[in-house]
Design a protein around this ligand. Structure first.
Ligand code: UDP
Ligand code: MG
Length: 309
């Protein structure tokens, strides 16, 4: 088997057929043996039936179907665990990842100079401006505070060699943030740029709120810096408090002790209370992640599949 293509699918009934047509057209012209691994991430619409129909006609098309929605990261992981190809690619089902790039990706890998070909889109045309702004901020922040390089505009559309896949499969963490994981495992990565393509049909599964939570997850999974914010606040507050004490003593000695200052006392108490809760919140986020990791729950549960393991 030359290439395994992993396709996470969640409520994609409108695009399955056209995705399959376009992608196999490209693959058939490449003269390689390949398998398509459709991972149905607990879709609530007719996606699974659409995939099953495809796999009846096309012997290269296989599927894994989850018992519920476990998220795109889990779907990709399931694909990685099951893929048999010498090269493994991840592609969205909505044709936002142009299949026309596959031959080029394979050539780059076959040249032997790179282990992994990643893609990034050079523009964010067709995206709401607020979302673009938040996305840019996210990449700025995470690259400042994390040791792992996370590229702005990077997509999950990639092709990589077996070794890279093996390294990713060995990272069994429960909280998976692919963009970070790909960066973390390293290897020689070639970046292909292309212009943003809109999805052919259906709707994005990522609401603003879901993306926001994903961004926070990414930061917490790949950086310990937020934790040290708590210590820094502590140090700064201690210095401020010390200076304040000195000032109060001096003022008492020089001017006596007029009884007032209720407002300032209350302000200080609420301010410090706020910072304390904020810091506890940060720690809580890490503890929650740790809690999920120690439970060692499976990443996904397979309800149906036609793959021979
Ligand atoms: N997806 C998934 N599980 C989810 C959400 C999304 O498998 O819980 C899949 C989805 O079917 C698609 C890919 O992940 O193939 C990317 O999703 P989408 O196109 O909605 O994201 P966008 O391209 O807008 O970032
Ligand atoms: Mg998409």
């Amino acid at each position: 088997m030359d290439i395994s293509i992993i396709v996470p699918c969640y409520n994609e009934e409108e695009v399955m057929k056209i995705f399959h047509e376009k992608t196999t057209e490209v693959l058939d012209n490449m003269n390689v043996s390949y398998e398509l691994i459709f991972v149905d991430d607990g879709s609530k619409d007719d996606t699974l039936n659409a995939i099953k129909r495809i796999s009846v006609d096309d012997e290269n098309a296989t599927y894994i179907s989850f018992s519920r929605n476990f998220g795109k990261e889990a779907a990709i992981y399931a694909g990685f665990c099951s893929a048999k190809g010498a090269y493994v690619a991840v592609m969205d089902a909505d044709l936002q990842d142009p299949p026309e790039l596959l031959p080029q990706m394979l050539d780059i890998l076959k040249s032997g100079e790179y282990d992994s070909v990643a893609t990034r889109r050079v523009d964010r045309i067709g995206e709401p401006p607020i979302r673009s702004w938040f996305a840019r901020m996210f990449y700025k922040i995470i690259n400042k505070i994390s040791d792992t390089d996370i590229v702005d505009g990077a997509r999950d559309y990639r092709m990589m060699r077996r070794d890279v896949v093996q390294a990713i499969v060995e990272m069994q963490e429960y909280n998976r943030f692919s963009k970070g994981i790909f960066g973390w495992v390293g290897f020689r990565t070639y970046w292909l740029s292309y212009e943003n393509v809109n999805r052919v049909a259906g709707e994005t599964k990522w609401s603003f709120w879901r993306l926001f939570k994903y961004a926070i997850d990414g930061i917490i999974n790949f950086s310990q810096v937020p934790l040290s914010i708590a210590s820094w606040f502590g140090i700064i507050m201690t210095i401020v408090a010390f200076l304040a004490v000195v000032w109060f003593v001096v003022r008492k000695l020089m001017f006596g002790n007029p009884v007032d200052g209720w407002a300032s006392t209350v302000s200080i108490i609420t301010f410090i209370g706020g910072i304390q809760l904020f810091c506890m919140g940060i720690m809580g986020q890490y503890i929650a992640k740790t809690y999920l990791e120690v439970k060692k729950r499976p990443h996904y549960i397979v309800a149906d599949s036609n793959r021979k393991e």
